[in-house]
Structures are given as C-alpha cells and as structure tokens.
Design a binder for this molecule. Structure first.
Ligand code: KIV
Length: 265
C-alpha cells in the first residue's frame, strides 16, 4: 500500500482526479477511514463542537489537538494526516513554529492547517522554510466566528471575492501546499481552484474544487444539533459505518457529491 503524500495529491489535481478528505478524532474511526480509502484524514478543531460539545471551535487547546492527532495517527497507514492549529496557536511566527512542531512530533501530523488570508503570509512562509507542509483555510473561518458575526457564506460580493482570490494566490506563493475553502460560492471556488497550481479542498464550496471534506459526524447523521446544509448523511441506505464512509468516498471520486443542493450561489 502506497502512503499518500503531498506529491500524490498534486498529481491527482494535475490528472483531474478528485481526492477525498474526512475528519476523524480517534483511533477507531481513523482505522475505518483509512481502510475505506479516504486520502486525507483531517483532525479538525471541529472536535470542539462534535467531541467536546462546545458551541464554537474557540475553546480548543493545543493539548487537545495533540492528543486527538496522536490517537488518529496510531491507526492511519495510508492517508495523509492533516491537523488543525487551534485558535491563537499561530498568532506569531515563533509560536506557530513551536506549535506546528508539537503537532508533527507528538501528534504525528504530516501537514498543519491554519485559518486566515494575507495576515498569515509570514507564518506560512516560516513553516514552509522549516519543512512543514501547510494547508491554508479561507472563506468561512470558524475560529473568527465572533468577528465574522456568525457562520456565513463568504465572498459573495465582488470586493470580498477579489480579496479571497488574491489571498489564495499569495498563500500559494508563500508556500502553502493545499488551500481549503469553506462556505464560498461555487463559481468563486471554481475560479480559485482553476487559478492555483496547488490542490483546493472544498466544504460548502461547490463541485469544482479538486477535493471535498466533510465532518465525520455529519456524514453519519449524528451531528449534535442541526447538520449544515452543505453536508449529506451517507448512513441513509448504508449497511454499516464503514459502508457509509465508502459511499462518501465513491460519491466524491465520481463527482456525485456535492450536488447543487449542497452548494452556494
Ligand atoms: O475543523 C474542521 O473540521 C475543519 C473542516 C470543517 C474543514 O476545518
């Protein structure tokens, strides 16, 4: 079995093949996802909501991320392991380097993910210079939910769309290996994906990104509270959790998910 690397994902983008990302937070689910063919397992700070029961991702600590990353890493053989840097863990370059090193050394991460646009360029550049792969996260940035005034689609007007496009290009230039777009109009996500050489993962960003990601609890129909409209419950018609994950993998690879009803205009 060939382990997935950033080169694999880049080659898939170049070949026009979709890759599949899904969140996991523990060893048992990591094993299920890895066996089902998920290409990238994301230990998301969404664990603050779906594991810890908070209203936002803001309370999640570095120790929480390291703990859950190590649990997932213990049962991940094939997938690339991406781990979120939590709220305020990358507010300076030095802090970002120290915390990313913890996620890789203690948590087993292959890549770290952080939210923000041009303000993060020095951090992305420094992580890149030190050999740490980075996924930059634009669009809806849940760690900034209080500043954004709620969970809203981003980039709907001309000016914010242009800013996002420019931020994406600059993050790529600074060394980002992957871009993740959350809750962005499908047409804008398509344009950004076409403009960038690096792969773009979408969530609530339409069908034309290079990859998709969802939160595990959403595809299993066990979201605490209301599931986001861009997600889909893959347990419907599935015979087991493993079967549901395989159906999600197949739907993304074949371009059947997301449908128009899971996207924004
Ligand atoms: O924390 C997370 O799970 C994420 C996804 C929603 C993309 O960042």
């Amino acid at each position: 079995m060939q382990a997935i690397t950033i080169n694999t994902l880049l080659a898939m983008k170049q070949a026009g093949e979709k890759f599949v990302t899904l969140t996991a937070y523990d060893a048992s689910f990591a094993r299920v996802l890895d066996d089902a063919g998920v290409d990238v397992i994301l230990v998301g700070d969404s664990l603050g909501m779906v594991v810890q029961g908070h209203q936002t991702t803001v309370p999640v600590s570095m120790d929480d991320m390291v703990y859950h990353a190590a649990c997932v890493a213990s049962q991940t053989e094939r997938a690339l392991l991406m781990v979120d840097m939590p709220f305020m863990s990358y507010a300076s370059v030095d802090q970002a380097l120290d915390n990313a090193a913890r996620l890789m050394r203690e948590g087993g991460a292959h890549m770290v993910k952080l939210e923000g646009g041009r303000v993060q360029l020095p951090v992305v550049q420094a992580l890149t210079d030190h050999g740490i792969p980075v996924c930059a996260h634009l669009g809806l940035q849940p760690q900034s939910v209080h500043k954004m005034g709620g969970y809203r689609v981003q980039g709907r007007d001309e000016s914010t769309a242009r800013t996002m496009l420019l931020d994406a290009e600059q993050l790529q230039q600074a060394g980002a290996d992957i871009l993740l777009l959350e809750c962005v109009p499908a047409e804008l996500a398509k344009e950004i994906s076409a403009n960038l050489a690096i792969p773009v993962i979408g969530i609530g960003a339409g069908a034309d990104t290079d990859a998709q990601v969802l939160v595990l609890q959403d595809i299993l129909g066990i979201t605490p509270g209301k599931a986001p409209t861009f997600s889909k419950n893959f347990m419907h018609g599935a015979s087991s959790i493993s079967d549901a994950v395989k159906r999600y993998v197949a739907a993304v690879r074949q371009g059947e998910f997301p449908a128009a009803e899971h996207s924004f205009k």
